[in-house]
Design a protein. Structure first.
Lengths: 312, 203
């Protein structure tokens, strides 16, 4: 594999391979020496043009546990703030002999653009409102673990409801693409103002009524209302949004038995998800976080473990 | 040491005792099922003798076929001693020195039965060849704990070492040419037990 830019890059064998290896990688956390030598001598630069704590940290830990040298570059205080273009910044770093860039950028398509310029391999850690493939992979990982605990194997026949601010979310597109490959059925639930353009071509059922979906979904994934990206006018009031689309305590009780709750975080408790739901026994929120390092180790190994993805 | 024998020799004279069946094209059986079972049984006894019993013993099979062999040895040792012996799997993919030059391979499972500190670990593999797998396995063990001793049991030693590695317990030593392929077949994976040698296809 050369780059991971989109979940559309993953075929079933690769996606399953990444999930399987992540299970092995999770064991490393409980070993006396939390280190595998697989990526010894590789240099990974995490370059984040947008703030992030959990994604950046988990990529850094993942690289280090695989013995790669990981370096963090944040846009603040870098030459980007002196007016250097993205292309020049990336080509400069590339010329230093970097093997892999993990990049987050506020513009959709930034990671793919960078991949077309540099010699290094590229992982998309979030590009604008477009994609966030490693988040979708760790969501799938947490879901798969949950399905196993209730005695089911795989995603076939599973209904996954993704609820909330789909317009500003990069997680939703990656999840839809990945579930399309893995075999899960995605139902999108959102107010019409928060649906992305072209969503009717994604091949998913779309609804603006959460309650009927709730009774049949195996996974209910709540997305954050991204107030910082909203200039207003998407819904009348927060209370009205919560009343129609929030996972309230009453809705928690109406969920199908054995169904679980996901949230990619950070959560707005009381808005899209109630505290009762966030902390419920069937909430996978912390499982998702725990899977973050293991999934990213698995992705980095699949990209950099062999020289076949590199340019010589 | 340089292999003194020219590569053409050793096809017929490597193993005089075993029944040879040249039925499949250039693949012949050098160890049959009953010989394989006897070899394993002898290794089980040897391990117990060297260790003076089964206490502190941990058998770790190296995937793929080493895992099955380790399980069989564990059953044999249990049969002799009457008490269970710890057995697990040790995958060494991430520790290979040729990892980068090969296509991406998904590692198999590693499962260590409890702590290995101060235990006597017996690594179990099917074929000992260059010794690089065992070198990687010793590196992997170092990250998992500090065994009191590490020993090596293999079903077949085919020579051509590239690292200073020697097995403590060997089922069968077979002289081979470098371009021959030695394959251990096990019921669990291949449907029947045998060791075969074929020409071509470097292993």
């Amino acid at each position: 594999m050369r780059h991971l830019l989109s979940c559309a890059d993953l075929d079933l064998a690769t996606a399953t391979g990444i999930l399987d290896l992540a299970e092995e990688m999770q064991q490393v956390q409980s070993r006396p020496v939390k280190k595998l030598p697989a990526l010894r001598g590789r240099t990974i630069v995490n370059i984040f043009f947008e703030d992030s704590t959990r994604t950046r940290t988990s990529f850094e830990i993942a690289g280090k546990w695989l013995s790669a040298d990981t370096i963090n570059v944040s846009a603040k205080g870098s030459s980007v703030s002196k007016g250097e273009s993205l292309r020049d910044t990336m080509l400069t770093l590339d010329a230093m002999g970097v093997d892999c860039f993990v990049i987050r950028h506020s513009s959709s398509g930034a990671a793919a653009q960078v991949a077309s310029w540099v010699r290094a391999q590229v992982v998309n850690a979030g590009d604008g409102q477009h994609e966030h493939p490693t988040q979708a992979l760790l969501d799938a990982y947490a879901m798969r673990q949950h399905f196993r605990t209730v005695g089911a194997e795989g995603f076939a026949g599973k209904k996954i409801a993704i609820v909330g601010d789909l317009l500003h979310s990069r997680v939703v597109r990656s999840n839809v693409l990945l579930q399309h490959t893995l075999g899960g059925e995605v139902v999108l639930v959102a107010p019409p103002t928060l649906l992305p353009t072209g969503v009717e071509n994604w091949g998913c059922q779309i609804s603006d009524d959460l309650d009927p979906v709730l009774g049949e979904a195996d996974i209910v994934m709540m997305l954050r209302v991204q107030r910082e990206r909203m200039a207003g006018g998407f819904f009348p009031t927060e209370r009205e949004y919560t009343a129609r689309f929030g996972l309230t305590e009453e809705r928690l009780a109406a969920m199908k038995p054995d169904a679980a709750i996901c949230h990619p975080g950070p959560m707005n408790r009381g808005v899209e998800i109630s505290s009762a739901a966030a902390d419920a026994a069937n909430s996978l929120v912390l499982d998702q976080v725990a899977a973050g390092v293991a999934i990213r180790m698995s992705v980095l190994y699949h990209l950099l473990g062999s020289d076949e993805g590199a340019v010589h | 040491m340089v292999d003194p024998a020219p590569r053409e020799v050793s096809t017929s004279s490597t193993d005089g005792s075993g029944p040879t069946s040249g039925s499949e094209e250039s693949s012949r059986t050098v160890v049959d099922a009953s010989e394989l079972a006897r070899s394993l049984s002898r290794i089980a006894h040897e391990i117990l003798e060297a260790n003076r019993g089964a206490s502190d013993l941990v058998l770790l099979g190296i995937p793929t076929r080493g895992v099955h062999l380790a399980r069989r040895l564990a059953r044999l040792i249990e049969g002799i001693e009457g008490s269970p012996v710890r057995v697990g799997d040790l995958d060494i993919t991430m520790y290979r020195d040729d990892l980068r030059s090969n296509p991406t391979r998904n590692p198999a499972r590693t499962s260590i039965p409890g702590r290995i500190d101060d235990a006597v670990v017996v690594l179990v593999d099917d074929v000992l060849y260059s010794g690089r797998t065992i070198g990687a396995a010793i590196d992997a063990l170092r990250d998992l704990g500090r065994p009191r001793a590490v020993r090596l049991a293999v079903l077949v030693d085919r020579g051509h070492r590239e690292l200073p590695v020697a097995a403590d317990h060997v089922g069968r030593t077979i002289q081979t040419a470098a371009d021959e392929r030695v394959q251990v077949l096990l019921t669990e994976k291949d449907g029947h037990d045998a060791v075969t040698i074929s020409r071509g296809g470097n292993r």
